[in-house]
Ligand binder design. Structure first.
Ligand code: ADP
Ligand code: MG
Length: 581
């Protein structure tokens, strides 16, 4: 066409006339627009500039040493805040490192978004051997709630909105967002870019239970002689603390907190049945589950733990309808969000609670007091070397005196025993290995807990568990976080006493270097390292650390012979009965 003779303007003039934006800015703007102000990640190609620019735009960008820990941090940030935690990784290997955390978040119903840079689609799809070539989207899909890829800068707003909604609505979980390298430098008109962003309205809408389901649940509860309420981490996540407390206290029903629901009501509450766990599971006739699944952690709702077959009726409150009848029949499914469901129960009963039978409440109380009394002297033991109970007795007092501190806990014996010994007093203060019983969450959880809450963090770690994320003590020092790590050092996995039965010079498979000084790792990065051998020293060191708020690692020497194989879950550990000589 003749009109083509109109001369094109030089690029510089266009830029002056139109303000431009690009993929980098749009990702940052989309997150900020949705109130997401923190990113956990590891920089590298192609997202190095994204991290830099996010920081420049006022976001908190926490760089880790390994993506798995950044991912765990994002996941627990999601649990603590009900907003999706963001983990940002490089392509292929970085993405795969983050994937364990994404899968773990999904398993635990923690909302997080793993954002990974990826290589060029054209090359990846033709398998032509790009730098860090991997079909990340396909790999992520089965391990998360939803997975999306954005190819055009104009779609970033929608992509981020979909990811947020998928992470926090319904049953929360992990979401993968794939951002190919080319996307970041795609340029578009700034005004059109701003218009393309989406502020997600009501990302986790209330889900009200049906009135008939509420009535059914109340009828079952009213018919109970020996009722029990089990609180799970879904109840902690829901942040319906007042309604839950009212339900428990008005109904007078004994309650059992799952590990991460401890503190929703204080473990010292007169109705807490934590110390009478086996009794209440065996004897209860009606069990109301609030945000807790009948998975392996509750022996699937059947078998010896649960007493006579058919002796239980289950009421279950959960946002996920598919969870009902997952292991045993649920006679009163109550599907909805916990806040709405518990409020509906409170309205439905209208203050007319039946009193649970005095003999049931009395029996639970008696068993609980007996067990607490039995454990008490073990917690006072000041022996050297320390056993787990002696050391945990000291930490139990620390948390009692500092109930707003956050306790992170992982290990085998260190986990199982701490869960029973250390009472929690406030909601969402205990963060641990969760549904998978996974090792390696320690430092990631500790970092995010400190960043998200500003509270002091006490991470109680088995020496083996600590090893999975130990390098992140540098991250703790770099950001000067108020984290006190206590390593229960018994020289190995489960115990430090195993020997190589072949008699060679290699150590046994479960033992570590004897007398290792984990405290020196913290000193290497400018933090405080302390070596302790008695409960008194431990107590002093932890209190000092928590008063000072300085990054501290306490190497607590535990008797190498003190642990048991696989802690409390030895039954899950197959052992050969055929040993070759
Ligand atoms: P625990 O390990 O403490 O027993 P689980 O992780 O097994 O807890 O169970 C948590 C349950 O809570 C999940 O089934 C999840 O669907 C549910 N859940 C999470 N958030 C909510 C919510 N806001 N309302 C209702 N149910 C929820
Ligand atoms: Mg150990």
């Amino acid at each position: 066409m003749a009109g083509a003779a109109v001369k094109a303007k030089p690029a510089s003039t266009i830029a002056e006339e139109r303000e431009l934006t690009d993929g980098f800015h749009l990702v940052i703007d989309a997150l900020k627009l949705n109130g997401i102000n923190t990113i956990y990640g590891v920089p590298g190609i192609p997202i190095t500039d994204l991290g830099r620019m996010a920081q420049a735009a006022g976001m908190r960008v926490i760089s880790f040493r390994h993506e798995q820990h950044a991912g765990n941090a994002a996941a627990i940030a999601g649990f603590l805040t009900k907003k999706p935690g963001i983990c940002l990784t490089v392509s292929a290997p970085g993405f795969l490192n983050g994937l364990t955390a994404l899968a773990n978040a999904t398993t635990n119903c923690f909302p997080m978004i793993l954002i990974s840079g990826s290589s060029e689609r054209e090359i990846v799809d033709l398998q032509q051997g790009d730098y860090e070539e991997l079909d990340q989207l396909a790999i992520a899909k089965p391990l998360c709630k939803a997975a999306f890829r954005v190819l055009h800068a104009a779609d970033i707003g929608i992509g981020v909105a979909r990811a947020i909604r998928a992470a926090v609505s319904g049953r929360p979980g992990g979401v993968y967002l794939d951002l190919p390298a080319k996307l970041f430098s795609q340029v578009m008109d700034a005004e059109a870019g701003a218009k393309s962003l989406v502020k997600v309205i009501d990302p986790a809408p209330a889900q009200l239970p049906a009135p008939s389901a509420v009535k059914r649940a109340l009828d079952v509860l009213k018919g109970a002689k020996r009722p029990l309420i089990i609180l799970g981490k879904g109840a902690a996540y829901a942040q319906a603390d007042d309604q839950i407390r009212t339900l428990v206290e008005k109904s007078g029903v004994p309650f059992l907190p799952m590990s991460m629901a401890k503190g929703l009501l204080p473990d010292t509450h007169p109705q807490c049945a934590g110390a009478a766990r086996s009794t209440v599971l065996k004897e209860a006739d009606v069990v109301m589950l609030i945000g807790a699944r009948l998975n392996w952690l509750l022996s699937h709702g059947k078998g010896k733990t649960w007493g006579e077959p058919g002796s239980k009726k289950f009421i279950q409150i959960d946002i996920e309808p598919k969870e009902m009848d997952s292991n045993v029949e649920v006679v009163a499914p109550l599907v909805g969000d916990i806040g709405s469901c518990v409020s509906a129960l409170l309205d439905g009963i209208d203050g007319k609670w039946p009193t649970p039978a005095a003999d049931w409440v009395g029996a639970v109380k008696a068993r609980k007091e007996e067990n607490i009394a039995k454990m008490a002297p073990r917690l006072m033991k000041n022996s050297v070397p320390m056993d787990f109970h002696g050391a945990l007795g000291a930490l139990r007092t620390v948390i009692k005196e500092r109930p707003d501190a956050i306790l992170v806990n992982e290990g085998a014996n260190t986990l199982d025993l701490a869960r029973g010994v250390i009472d929690m007093y406030q909601p969402r203060k205990r963060l641990d290995v969760g549904t998978w019983g996974v090792m390696g969450i320690g430092m990631g959880f500790a970092v995010a807990a400190a960043i998200e809450t500003g509270k002091p963090v006490l991470a109680v770690e088995g020496d083996s568990a600590f090893g999975f994320s130990g390098m992140e003590v540098e991250t703790i020092c770099r950001y000067n976080l108020p984290v006190c790590v206590v390593v229960f050092n018994n020289d190995g996995i489960y115990r430090g006493t195993d020997v190589n039965s072949a008699g060679g010079s290699d150590p046994a498979t479960t033992v570590f270097v004897k007398d290792a000084r984990y405290d020196m790792m913290m000193e290497a990065f400018g933090g405080v390292g302390v070596h302790v051998t008695t409960p008194e020293e431990l107590s002093r060191a932890v209190n000092k650390a928590m008063d000072s708020g300085k990054p501290t690692l306490i190497n607590a020497v535990i008797d190498p012979a003190a642990g048991t194989e696989s802690g409390r879950i030895g039954n899950l550990n197959p052992q050969s009965v055929v040993r070759k000589k």
